[in-house]
Design a binder for this molecule. Structure first.
Ligand SMILES: *Cc1c(COP(=O)(O)O)cnc(C)c1O
Length: 425
């Protein structure tokens, strides 16, 4: 499929007529395991001397089609589908981190990632520093001899913040550390982080890739370009592995060492595999990814412009607006587009926010993004309600802040619903 445009890859990459039945659509291989040809075949599979199907925790043909599609869209060497976006992040870090190691992450991240990295990873003795990555010098200053990865979101959830991927990649590489980019909000239609120096891309496919809000999933994409061996800092990949008769992944698998480590070590031993049914739903959703992103972005821009002129709205933070401080970075990395998720501030504060989300009819009031439907949430009464007032402000989730994920309905209907709800607020 190489050489084809994004729209064509979204439809075709990773999928071919089923070799067993000629079915045009990749079937849901709803099986736990696969029959061996003979004992030698089984031994070769278990020793990773030959690649093939063993057990669905390790690989599944429906998942394999999805992995091929996303790797092609991102321009990566290979991919691994996971049970959720958080499982993708966990497996990626697990492959790179030893106890006592350290992650430098951007401060402006999806709230769940702040929890995962800042709190749950501590139980594995993995440490972290959250920095304002708007200035890549802050990333450089936070890197220590124990740092094993830098983590950012290309387009951050929820703030509409765009990060300077190439500059941050350079800072990471100068320190011998890989850059991991969460590309959930931008999708490869707006941004391909590997082209700007990212070594690993992760996604919550729950959001725009699936696009229809019908299943949870994640993926890890390996650019296949980072040198895991020479620093000695990634022993899981560069040292003999006792669970594979002393195999050294960097020697045996070359540029696929990382993604095969995620699969044959991390996924084998920790187990957060994607269900084949969810891979099927995501494959189907992804066929329309380019069309949906075009409409999502056009609708979001139109709504942002309309809100900006509304007397009850204090401010709008959307990188697609030409006057937005992140617009120059959006032009460099996102083709000038701002994605579909943004925040705005209401003049009426907390009460106005609660009234607004209670008054919408077309918008769904819920905690998700990236659905065909328009979605809305008031963070300070929901996702961020446990935080102190200062914590809410720091997270961009103060009492007057509302977040929308703009759907692909007709823009007139979206604006009409927002107009009547603002009237009520
Ligand atoms: C939702 C989300 C995640 C977590 O993904 P799950 O599929 O919910 O586990 C990670 N990063 C971003 C940017 C997200 O929006």
């Amino acid at each position: 499929m190489s050489g084809h445009k994004m729209d064509t890859l979204a439809v075709h990459a990773g999928t071919a007529p089923d070799p067993a039945t000629n079915a045009r659509i990749t079937p849901i291989y709803q099986t736990a395991s696969y029959v061996f040809d003979d004992v030698d075949h089984a031994a070769g599979l278990f020793d990773l001397e030959i690649f093939g199907n063993i057990y669905t925790r390790l690989m599944n043909p429906t998942n394999g089609a999805l992995e091929g599609k996303i790797a092609a869209l991102e321009g990566g060497a290979a991919a691994l589908a996971t049970a959720s976006g958080h499982a993708a992040q966990f497996l990626a870090f697990h492959t790179l981190m030893e106890p006592g190691c350290h992650i430098v992450a951007a401060k402006k991240l999806y709230g769940g990632s702040l929890n995962q990295i800042g709190h749950s990873f501590r139980k594995m003795d993995w440490h972290s520093s959250f920095v304002d990555a708007d200035d890549p010098a802050n990333v450089a200053a936070a890197i220590t001899g124990k740092t094993r990865a830098v983590f950012i979101e290309s387009l951050a959830n929820p703030g509409g913040v765009v990060q300077d991927i190439a500059a941050i990649a350079k800072v990471a590489h100068d320190a011998g550390v890989p850059l991991i980019v969460d590309n959930t909000m931008a999708t490869p239609v707006l941004c391909r982080p590997i082209e700007h120096g990212a070594d690993i891309v992760v996604h919550s496919v729950t959001k725009f890739l699936n696009g229809h809000g019908n299943s949870v999933g994640g993926v890890i994409v390996d650019a296949g370009s980072f040198d895991w061996a020479s620093s000695g800092n990634y022993p899981y990949l560069s040292q003999p592995n006792p669970s594979y008769h002393g195999k050294v992944f960097t020697q045996a698998f070359g540029n696929l060492a990382f993604i095969l480590g995620c699969r044959a070590l991390g996924m084998r031993d920790l187990g957060p595999q994607m269900a084949p049914m969810n891979a099927f739903l995501t494959l189907t959703g992804m066929e329309t990814l380019s069309l949906r992103m075009e409409r999502h972005c056009a609708n979001a821009l139109a709504l942002a412009q309309w809100l900006k002129a509304h007397p009850k709205v204090d401010w709008v933070s959307y990188a697609g607006l030409p006057e937005d401080p992140y617009h120059p970075l959006a032009q460099r990395y996102l083709g000038g587009r701002g994605g579909a998720v943004f925040t705005f501030g209401l003049k009426g504060g907390y009460d106005a926010g609660v009234k607004l989300v209670s008054s919408v009819k077309l918008f769904s009031h819920l905690a998700n993004i990236g659905d065909t439907r328009s979605l809305i949430i008031h963070p300070s009464s929901t996702t961020h309600r446990q935080l102190s007032a200062e914590g809410q402000e720091a997270a961009g989730a103060g009492p007057s802040v509302v977040r929308v994920s703009v759907g692909i309905e007709h823009i007139d209907d979206i604006i009409a619903d927002m107009a009547q709800a603002l009237e009520a607020a």
